[in-house]
Design a protein around this ligand. Structure first.
Ligand SMILES: *[C@@H]1O[C@H](CO)[C@@H](O)[C@H](O)[C@H]1NC(C)=O
Ligand SMILES: *[C@@H]1O[C@H](CO)[C@@H](O)[C@H](O)[C@H]1NC(C)=O
Length: 314
């Protein structure tokens, strides 16, 4: 059955009725299990071993005392919110002189914020792509930037070394929502259907961030095709809050056009990917904060140079 479906899809693409860029989804024959097959340039989606999202397990985190605080510029940006049919995407205007720089943390370079994606579920028990201790959050806001010291833009950077940073903010339901998030949630009704876009103005991305310096970080990929393994992930250690009403209006968005609305846009999460021996580092010093024992890079600092006795005969 699936094979027939895939051939049909190929035929549609060859006829020029659609393009690869549009023909991927989160379920069925163009879903995550097939991304790597439907476009040769997306091979990493099926073959990659440095893929995202992943499940974060607290007892496997490695404390790294060399991780610095993350820096995100606080000035306001303009952009637009766009229903792509797969996700709700925030595009940050790149023409202004004042780019939002992302640096510090685990980053060796300065990155420039370019876009954001909102992943969410149609029910509270699912939505986020990353999970913590196996638990999903109702949503996840991902902010992507490209390495502005080495590359010109996202499309150049995404398949190059150290090309991308992605900051992950978990969305939790709460009565005191993030005020900056209002600027986005208040226009959900303008992007009901695929292809619809609405402007966003005076948004401070820094003000969106939760009040914490703590994060987890690992080397992974974009969670959408082509799954390029060029992404440094930074998962902030506190969620930001969205109200039930805001989530309700988010869940009303559709994948299709007004004529053929198709299914709801929600549940747009790629399944968890295996870690394959990657390390997830954190700047949370569990040992100091809770007096608990936890794997730590401090151990590495206690290595001592081997001393050889002068008279030792080998
Ligand atoms: C971002 O970094 C560039 C290059 O260092 C700098 O010119 C620009 O002023 C920075 N943006 C802000 C808002 O500080
Ligand atoms: C990105 O930068 C590359 C290299 O400078 C350029 O060729 C390409 O047209 C740019 N793409 C976009 C979408 O701006």
């Amino acid at each position: 059955m699936r094979r027939v479906g895939l051939l049909l899809l190929l035929a549609l693409v060859h006829e020029g009725r659609t393009s690869w860029e549009e023909w991927w989804t989160y379920d069925g024959i163009s879903g995550p299990g097939f991304w790597g097959l439907i476009n040769p340039q997306w091979g990493l989606c099926s073959k990659g071993r440095r893929q995202s999202p992943v499940n974060i397990e607290a007892d496997k985190l490695l404390f790294d005392p060399r991780l610095r605080p993350l820096h995100v510029d606080k000035h306001k940006i303009s952009g637009s919110l766009h229903n792509t049919g797969q996700s709700l995407m925030l595009r940050v205007d790149q023409d202004s002189k004042h780019h939002v720089n992302i640096s510090g943390g685990p980053l060796a370079y300065r990155y420039q914020l370019q876009e954001g994606y909102i992943h969410y579920g149609t029910h509270d028990g699912q939505g986020s792509e990353h999970r913590v201790g196996g638990q999903a959050f109702p949503g996840e806001l991902q902010l992507y930037g490209f390495n502005a010291e080495l590359y010109h833009n996202m499309s150049e950077a995404q398949h190059k070394s150290q090309g991308i940073v992605a900051i992950s903010l978990m969305l939790q339901i709460g009565e005191t929502p993030n005020p900056e998030l209002r600027l986005i949630t208040s226009v959900f009704n303008k992007v009901h259907h695929r292809g619809q876009t609405t402007p966003i103005r005076h948004l401070s991305v820094r003000a969106l961030l939760p009040d914490t310096n703590h994060y987890m970080t690992y080397e992974g990929s974009t969670t959408h095709p082509g799954c390029w393994e060029t992404t440094v992930w930074i998962l902030l250690n506190k969620p930001i809050y969205i109200t039930r009403q805001e989530l309700y209006s988010l869940r009303k968005l559709m994948q299709g056009s007004p004529e053929t609305p198709k299914a709801p846009l929600g549940n747009n999460a790629r399944p968890l990917q295996p870690l394959h021996h990657r390390t997830v580092r954190t700047n949370i010093d569990f040992f100091r904060e809770q007096g608990k024992n936890c794997p730590s890079m401090y151990r590495d600092m206690h290595y001592q140079a081997t001393t050889w006795a002068d008279n030792e005969i080998l």
